[in-house]
Design a protein around this ligand. Structure first.
Ligand code: ADP
Ligand code: MG
Length: 361
């Protein structure tokens, strides 16, 4: 199994179902061999995008190129794309090896070629010892490995996975996440992976495309998406955020966000205009919390608050704060001083660790 992945170029992809706009002009360029995740809430258009690439759904507008080949009018079976769904969809009356051999039978391969390809791909997914079982004799995780083997056996250059781990329990899911990453690395195939689970997206992806209501809010490498969200939706969907809303202004030679609580500085890289409504986003691990000695607040980038909860998480702890009626969360290593509910505190951060995003209210 040494394929090379193929790229995908999606332009202006639009799909309506009656009054529902499932996709509203999706643009996405996927690089050959990358692992990209489509992340978003239920109903945001992830499956419709995958189905349009696979050829199960005909778009109303827009185009999809596989490499440099347009896919309009190309039937599903001629696209040579591997697909894995949440529900394994194995043939119950066929043993594992026959299930995996099925796509090769359809393509008219000889018995010998088929046997070789099947044993090779079963090795890759770690199922060689179970080739002789029926699907009902396998665990959910093993069945999903069979589905993965069947999707890879004919050597596709692109694999689409639609919430393939969604039906598995947490422990099993985590094991298979790493397994799928390994298979991606070793095969070189391009993987497009759909999930609504942000942690899964963080673990697995090179890049993440954040979907919201049929549109892509942001596409970026995992760390960039977390550190520099482009929209409030992207910030809040991936990871926890402390959000200060306000209006952009200029003060003493610098750009600030102003609200009832005062001013906070905007990071130098912001792209907001004067008087725009906007939000400053600070991640929990970037929020410092210190006991408030008196009413004087020193620096610019801080807010007074009250501790409402301290949650022990092993090596770390989460401190939940009430900051002028808004809930803030800080995450700290254990053993950096003690805080208790009711403590009057100051929450502060470095402006360089914050990001600034537009808001529309
Ligand atoms: P996701 O996979 O992100 O949960 P989908 O792509 O399945 O979202 O759906 C996007 C939107 O399109 C949803 O509002 C959904 O109800 C609608 N939709 C999807 N498929 C159909 C269909 N066959 N008929 C009618 N509406 C559909
Ligand atoms: Mg879906």
């Amino acid at each position: 199994m040494s394929n090379h992945g193929i790229g995908v170029t999606i332009t202006g992809l639009t799909k309506r179902y009656g009054a529902v706009t499932a996709l509203d002009g999706v643009d996405l360029t996927i690089a050959p061999g990358e692992f990209i995740t489509l992340l978003g809430p239920s109903g945001s258009g992830k499956t419709t995008t995958l189905n349009a690439i696979a050829g199960f759904v005909e778009p109303d507008a827009g185009s999809i190129l596989l490499g440099d080949r347009p896919l309009d009018g190309v039937p599903t079976w001629k696209r040579d794309i591997g697909v894995v769904f949440q529900h394994y969809a194995l043939f119950p009356h066929m043993k594992v090896d026959a299930n995996v051999a099925f796509p090769l039978k359809q393509r008219g391969l000889s018995k010998r070629e088929t046997a070789r390809a099947v044993s090779e791909v079963l090795e890759v997914v770690g199922l060689s010892h179970l080739a002789d079982r029926y699907p009902r004799e396998l665990s959910g995780g093993q069945q999903q490995r069979v589905a993965l083997a069947r999707a890879l056996v004919f050597g596709p250059k692109l694999l689409l996975l639609d919430e393939p781990l969604g039906a598995l329990d947490k422990r099993l899911r985590e094991g298979l996440q790493l397994e799928i990453k390994r298979i991606h690395r070793e095969s070189g195939v391009t993987f497009v992976f759909v999930t609504h689970d942000q942690e899964e997206a963080l673990v697995m992806s090179d890049r993440i495309a954040v979907f919201n209501e049929g549109r892509i809010e942001q596409v970026a490498p995992v760390e960039e998406l977390y550190r520099s969200p482009a929209t409030l939706f992207a910030a809040q969907f991936l990871g926890d955020s402390n959000v200060l809303r306000g209006t952009v202004a200029h003060h003493d030679g610098q750009d600030v966000l102003v609200n009832d609580g005062g001013m906070v500085r905007l990071p130098a890289s912001h792209a907001l205009s004067q008087d725009a409504t906007a939000a400053v986003v600070v991640r929990p691990e970037d929020l410092r919390v210190r006991v408030r000695k008196d009413d004087a607040l020193g620096g610019m980038d801080e807010r007074p608050g009250t501790v409402t909860e301290v949650i022990y998480l092993g090596g770390r702890r989460r401190i939940v704060l009430d900051v002028a009626g808004d809930q803030f969360v800080a995450e700290q290593m254990n053993g950096v001083g003690s805080l208790s509910p009711g403590d009057a505190v100051v929450a502060s951060w470095d402006v360089g660790a914050a990001s600034a995003v537009p808001t529309d209210d």
